[in-house]
Design a protein around this ligand. Structure first.
Ligand code: SF4
Length: 240
């Protein structure tokens, strides 16, 4: 753990995992940070491994911001924070997004300086929450935590309401741009649908990770394909 300024405890977050580049949760190549802990318990959740608030690992916000700066240096198009339920850790999340916004501003300033790359590339912050918009707005800590998010996807996952809308798991979930950048970048995606696979498959250490929001039936189809190839899943994160 890195040192904190004298007299201040480092801001901590319980984290399930991180990955760069994620290509299925928002536009372009993104840093994905999945926070640990969710008490909403949606039926059919594909990420039950993120429910236990004591699971995952404890990380400082500073260490996550190092990942974000490294992703920016590698050309990241944005940061996606999901879970678990990110807004169950509102103070840490607020610190993370504020720090990410400061790093974004630094990168823009450096690019615009004499001799800088001056690419004009913008990066956005996309936040997933299972809370409804009203549940976020009427809670001061949650409301403060979303301050720096350019776009928020809100609402419980409802297994009985499938959708083809990109980056949403069920038809009730709403994609809400909150900033000028969010509106400019996501406007074309608000009603966009996709019929192909919406999952990115990544080999982890002793496991396989799926990033994205699967279409209805996509996980079952994946299991069938693997079974035909002689591979049986043990402990998939969408089963109790
Ligand atoms: S779908 Fe999201 S909000 Fe619902 S239980 Fe799973 S992690 Fe929590």
């Amino acid at each position: 753990m890195e040192n904190a300024p004298m007299g201040r405890e480092p801001e901590l977050l319980r984290v399930s995992q991180t990955h760069f580049p994620v290509e299925t949760l928002g536009p372009g190549r993104r840093l994905g940070i999945w926070l640990q802990g969710c008490g909403l318990a949606c039926a059919g959740c594909m990420s039950r491994h993120t429910w236990d608030p004591q699971g995952g690992t404890s990380r400082t916000v500073a260490s996550l911001l190092e990942l974000w700066r490294a992703a920016l240096a590698q050309g990241a198009d944005g940061l996606t924070v999901s879970g678990g339920e990110p807004l169950d850790q509102p103070a840490g999340l607020a610190a993370l997004l504020a720090g990410a916004a400061a790093a974004r501003a630094e990168a823009v300033a450096m690019a615009a300086a004499p001799g800088g790359a001056a690419s004009g590339r913008e990066v956005d912050f996309l936040l997933y929450t299972g809370y409804e918009e009203e549940e976020v707005e009427r809670d001061a800590a949650r409301s403060a935590a979303v301050h720096h998010a350019d776009v928020v996807v809100t609402g419980r996952f409802r297994v009985a309401e499938p959708t083809e809308l990109v980056w949403r798991g069920s038809a009730n979930q709403r994609m809400l741009p909150r900033t000028a950048l969010g509106r400019a970048r996501y406007q074309a995606h608000l009603a966009r649908t996709a019929s192909g696979s919406r999952l990115q498959v990544v080999e982890g250490e002793g496991d396989v990770r799926l990033y994205g929001v699967p279409r209805r039936g996509e996980l079952a189809a994946l299991e069938r394909r693997l079974r035909r190839a002689g591979i049986r899943l043990t402990g998939p994160s969408w089963r109790p």
